[in-house]
Ligand binder design. Structure first.
Ligand code: SAM
Length: 218
């Protein structure tokens, strides 16, 4: 558990309000204008959302990262994968592996606990997952995709392999062809896609927790 304190800049033209670790001298000066600061609240603790007994009602989930280029994206995905209880991560092509020396910077320890396998050829990894009986879901947009939030019900006992693609070119079309479903996260603005790690987090939680739009009316 970590303890923090809220401080405020004393310069009336600034008044920046910001948190610092309790007892840290770093908050003595305003990070924006350099003026002196004052504590405006008692110290408070943050505990995170872990160890509260939460359980996912949804299916077992594995993930195939096929040619995801960025170390930061893979690290963020591993952290989310740990949070949502992914059973195994498979890295294909040039995706950096969890044991990369700089992975801990964004995975923050998740890289050391998630079981993983590495495959030079992502297509073969997808075929292996299918041969093990997992249903393959490509996380991708395009005309052949359906909204993740209107995806067909998942039968009890069904296991899903979610396949995530390269930051620019997306999931390899030959892998998409192998998939049982292609699911998209609806995009309502000007952009056609999300950051890959953000997209993975949304989809993984939706699959494991069965997220749907709240019912309206009554
Ligand atoms: C930034 S997207 C890449 C390119 C995307 N195919 C395009 O044409 O813009 C990288 C990866 O993130 C995931 N992704 C990002 N946004 C998504 C969305 N709205 N729906 C489904 N997958 C998405 C997919 O796995 C995709 O392969």
């Amino acid at each position: 558990m970590s303890t923090f304190q809220t401080r405020r800049c004393t310069d009336p033209r600034c008044r920046l309000r910001f948190p610092v670790a309790a007892e840290s001298a770093l908050g003595d000066r305003c990070p924006h204008c350099g003026a002196a600061t004052e504590a405006i609240d008692l110290a408070y603790a943050t505990e995170g959302a872990g160890a509260l007994g939460d359980r996912a009602p949804g299916p077992a989930l594995e993930v195939l990262l096929d040619n995801v280029r960025s170390l930061q994206n893979v690290g963020a995905i591993l952290r989310s994968a740990d949070g949502v209880g992914v059973r195994q991560v498979h890295v294909g092509g040039f995706t950096p592996t969890p044991d990369h020396p700089k992975m801990a910077k964004t995975a923050l320890g998740a890289e050391a606990v998630i079981p993983w396998t590495r495959h030079r050829e992502g297509l073969e990894a997808a075929e292996e997952l299918r041969a093990r009986g997992l249903r393959l879901w490509a996380l991708e947009g395009g005309a052949g995709s359906s909204s993740l939030f209107e995806a067909p019900a998942i039968d009890p006992g069904e296991e899903i392999a979610l396949i995530v693609g390269h930051e620019v070119s997306g999931v390899d079309p030959r892998i998409v062809d192998l998939c049982d479903a292609v699911v998209r996260i609806p995009m309502l603005g000007i952009k056609g896609s999300l950051n890959v790690a953000v997209a993975f987090g949304i989809a993984a939680y939706a699959i494991r927790f069965g997220l749907r739009a709240p019912a309206i009316g009554g």
